[in-house]
Design a protein around this ligand. Structure first.
Ligand SMILES: Cc1cc2nc3c(=O)[nH]c(=O)nc-3n(C[C@H](O)[C@H](O)[C@H](O)COP(=O)(O)OP(=O)(O)OC[C@H]3O[C@@H](n4cnc5c(N)ncnc54)[C@H](O)[C@@H]3O)c2cc1C
Length: 463
């Protein structure tokens, strides 16, 4: 409940509505101050602020704001940008109109009245003219860069995986934070893992800032472009995966359940595969129906099951990534403890680097990290230390490379039920035989044995 407002105060407010934003079309999450600084520079904001305080800005100030608003609305709207890129004549008219308005401000200058103030207005007009020229030139630059990107990357992926259209750019401007800074210049949606090294190399050569992206559910803004010359590499088509495969991992005595997935696989699909085989996938963020494996590794995601088996970090057997030098890097955990990584004295990883062809070895390194350094004592999830003793990929939010695939360990849920008493004579069925309802009995089936649990009175398959 609010304190009642006196009627007189309300009437006063109605008579003098305060305009929070004077620049037209300024609806997004930027203040007028930020827009002026972005378009004209911070010195211009100081000048403008000084003139505004004098409250004598009037028509000229409004015209300046209109010029900034027109530039701003185009910069914030990829559909308008596309339209102006496709229609040079329309663009020319817009730029002429902007210059015309600045000329009108010039005409209204009165140096004889107040030379100091006039000098400040002159500085603003010069800065605004520069902004209009840059705005115009940006279209030519964009046209050239689009051509270069198509030429360079078009040799490495299908042409329609290179997306400049408004919808693709709008869809990749933000993540779950809803923070928006810059639209990506281009969005790539490669079809296969093998394309990735070449694309990373090509993007670096083109001077683009690379942002890998999974489901866009990140809460730290890691997938948000901060510069106009950025490329988002969307991994959504990398969705190959296996069912649970029993594997003897390096340094282990026996086989354990594992699942191999590409980076774009939705987290829940891995949990489903594990469940189908009677296992549990420990990485279970609440966003599991939307987040992807690559994002899970890059954010070291975890959920409720972190209490039992830790987060992504603890459950990776190996992963593959492309470094910013466009080399392939395969990271393999040795002597996996099938539990929380901070419980081991030393966690050891083998790092194998290959050329962009994926075959020519470059070097191999071993990284031995004391287990207790992975997270602060008592914490199941701790993402504060991004460096993690230099362990690549994990918790780096895409800054040190692009993760393309991974092999995970999966677990058996610890049972609180009575131990299974093996009985070779019994046959699997859906309901327990009456004779076994008071105790646990088991029977062999094709690949597994089925147990009758008294608590549920049903047969359950255990492998
Ligand atoms: C409703 C909701 C609930 C959530 N619950 C949890 C939770 O319980 N536990 C938890 O840990 N998190 C949770 N999160 C946060 C988020 O879902 C996770 O961090 C998830 O791992 C992000 O995955 P993503 O595919 O959506 O990544 P994105 O948002 O696409 O990207 C996140 C970061 O990872 C990088 N990245 C993505 N893919 C790759 C790749 N292939 N290679 C390299 N870098 C890459 C991006 O550049 C970015 O920096 C939640 C988020 C939401 C919206």
């Amino acid at each position: 409940m609010n304190v009642p407002i006196a009627l007189a105060a309300l009437q006063k407010q109605a008579a003098e509505p305060a305009r929070l934003r004077e620049i037209p079309y300024n609806y997004p999450s930027f203040s007028d101050r930020e827009i002026v600084i972005r378009l004209l520079g911070s010195a211009s904001w100081d000048v403008l602020d000084q003139l505004r305080k004098e409250r004598r800005t009037g028509r000229s100030a409004r015209m300046l704001y209109e010029v900034l608003g027109d530039i701003w609305v185009v910069q914030r709207n990829p559909y308008l940008q596309d339209d102006l890129l496709d229609n040079p004549a329309r663009r020319k008219l817009l730029v002429e109109a902007l210059h015309h308005r600045l000329a009108e401000i010039e005409k209204r200058r009165t140096p004889a009245d107040d030379a100091g103030r006039d000098r400040l207005v002159g500085e603003l007009v010069v800065a605004a003219r520069r902004a209009v020229t840059e705005f115009d030139a940006k279209f030519e630059q964009a046209t050239q860069l689009r051509r270069q990107i198509q030429r360079t990357l078009g040799r490495l992926t299908a042409k329609d995986n290179i997306k400049f259209d408004g919808l693709s750019r709008v869809s990749h401007v933000t993540d779950a934070t809803d923070w928006r800074v810059e639209y990506p210049f281009v969005v790539l949606t490669p079809d296969t893992e093998v394309e990735m090294a070449g694309l990373v190399k090509g993007c670096i050569e083109l001077g683009l800032t690379i942002i890998p992206r999974g489901g866009g559910t990140g809460y730290t803004g890691g997938a948000i472009p901060l510069t106009w010359k950025s490329v988002v590499i969307n991994t959504e088509k990398l969705e190959a995966m296996t069912e649970v495969e029993m594997r003897r991992l390096p340094g282990m005595d026996s086989e354990v359940g594992t699942v191999w997935t590409e980076a774009g696989v939705v987290t829940q699909r891995v949990a489903d595969a594990a469940e189908r085989a009677g296992f549990v996938f420990a990485v279970d963020p609440t966003s599991a129906e939307a987040s992807c494996i690559g994002g899970n590794i890059a954010m070291n995601a975890g959920g409720k099951k972190a209490v039992l088996w830790g987060t992504a970090l603890d459950n990776l057997a190996s992963w593959r990534m492309v470094t910013p030098d466009a080399q392939w890097l395969e990271v393999t955990r040795l002597d996996h403890n099938m539990g929380k990584i901070h419980d081991v004295e030393t966690a050891t990883f083998e790092l194998q680097y290959f050329e962009a062809d994926g075959k020519t070895p470059v070097r191999t390194e071993t990284l031995a990290i004391p287990g207790k350094t992975f997270r602060k004592e008592g914490l199941g999830k701790d993402v504060t230390d991004k460096f993690l003793s230099g362990l690549p990929g994990i918790q780096k939010e895409g800054c040190d490379g692009l993760i393309t695939s991974a092999r995970w360990v999966v677990h058996r849920m610890p049972s609180t039920r009575a131990p299974c008493a093996w009985s070779s004579s019994a046959t699997p069925r859906t309901r327990c035989p009456a004779s076994s309802r008071s105790r646990t009995t088991c029977s062999p089936s094709k690949n597994a044995r089925a147990c009758c649990w008294p608590a549920s009175n049903t047969w359950t398959t255990v492998t």
